[in-house]
Design a protein around this ligand. Structure first.
Ligand SMILES: NC(=O)c1ccc[n+]([C@@H]2O[C@H](COP(=O)([O-])OP(=O)(O)OC[C@H]3O[C@@H](n4cnc5c(N)ncnc54)[C@H](O)[C@@H]3O)[C@@H](O)[C@H]2O)c1
Length: 328
């Protein structure tokens, strides 16, 4: 017996103009469900067909009143960037929880980009200082941009954006795309990392995740009360920063599981007993946010973000009659 699946392309997703606050709301709802134990979400597993490259499988069921489930297959290939190909690409499948039948298949590149920025936004909304004025973006690609958009939503007083990238082309693209998004902010591009991060209230690192990280941002470079957001696992911030910070991860289970695999977070990143809380616990109200002192978050990206964001896309696309029905 054959049945219909809705195929939703990236162009169609973009045409929905879904705003960052709506995605942050969906991501936060997923975090809350995690905190109240209503989510089945094994840690993401992966294969590594080339050096520093991954293809991950990320299944999740957000149960309870939400009741959405799906699985994302996502690749991260750093060598793609200079080839003009996306670093992150993939497919998101949403399934019907009652029958298990596939309901929709959509581009996972957009979903990954926006839900990741949204997760940083949710973290910053609980741990950022309300008077935050300056942000440093390290790695000015897709994540650098979308994370800045999330910071704009969380910090209305944002007036200074420092940016650092090893590629001048990427920096130039960032500046031309982001200046119109934050017309009141002054943008400064730097050639060295120390100046980029020195006066920043918030530092967000979005560089490639690599097997042997250089961790080039050290504690002496940053403000003692900085908010440090790592989108790139343990690639950029030194272990000393994360050890001395009030340390958060997005999900304890995934963080500890990944650490046990031995591939990442070795050599000094906080172990299980040094985690202040995970974002599920914070969003569910079990642990308060902390807005003082050095604060550090490793947001690895979790499957609940994908299922929540994809469900938002699917609902809006179905309402507007967007997408192509494909027979399976
Ligand atoms: N945590 C999550 O949920 C999540 C989700 C998506 C992507 N990511 C990660 O975010 C990172 C960025 O992804 P993206 O899609 O923005 O990639 P991208 O290729 O669009 O951007 C990466 C940027 O980093 C720059 N870069 C490389 N080495 C650098 C260095 N040493 N210092 C400064 N800049 C450097 C590149 O020139 C490029 O502009 C990757 O590590 C990716 O795996 C994490």
């Amino acid at each position: 017996m054959s049945f219909d699946v809705l195929w939703i392309s990236r162009d169609e997703i973009e045409s929905l103009n879904i705003t960052m606050p709506r995605i942050m709301q969906a991501v936060e709802q997923g975090f809350m469900a995690l905190g109240t134990n209503e989510v089945e979400m094994p840690a993401k597993i992966g294969i590594h067909p080339r050096e520093n490259c991954f293809i991950h499988a990320m299944p999740c069921h957000v149960a309870g009143a939400v009741d959405h489930c799906g699985i994302k297959c996502v690749s991260g290939y750093p060598p793609n960037t200079p080839k003009g190909l996306p670093y992150i690409s993939g497919i998101m499948l949403l399934s019907e929880p009652e029958t298990g039948l596939p309901r929709a298949v959509m581009d996972a590149g957009w979903i990954t980009a926006w839900r990741t920025g949204a997760a940083s936004g949710v973290y910053a909304s609980h741990f950022g200082r309300r008077d935050t004025q300056s942000v440093a973006i390290v790695g000015a690609g897709v994540q650098g941009k979308v994370n800045l958009i999330a910071m704009r939503e969380v910090f209305p007083k944002l007036r200074q954006v420092n940016v650092y990238d090893v590629s001048d082309t990427q920096t130039d693209n960032f500046l031309s795309e982001m200046r119109p998004e934050l017309p009141a902010a002054e943008f400064k591009a730097y050639q060295d990392i120390s100046t980029t991060v020195a006066d920043a209230d918030v530092i967000i690192t979005c560089t490639p995740i690599v097997e042997s990280p250089k961790r080039f941002i050290t504690k002496d470079m940053i403000k003692p009360e900085a908010l440090c957001i790592s989108v790139d696992y343990c690639s950029a911030f030194s272990e000393e920063i994360m050890q001395e910070a009030t340390f958060i991860c997005d999900n304890r289970n995934q963080y500890i599981w990944t650490q046990k695999q031995g591939a990442y977070f070795q050599n000094g990143y906080p172990r299980a007993d040094s985690i202040y809380a995970d974002m599920g616990e914070v969003c569910a109200g079990m642990k308060p946010g902390v807005r003082e002192g050095l604060r550090g978050g490793v947001l690895m990206g979790i499957a609940s973000h994908d299922v929540m964001t994809a469900s938002l896309v699917y609902g809006m696309a179905a309402d507007k009659g967007l997408g192509t029905k494909v027979k399976l």
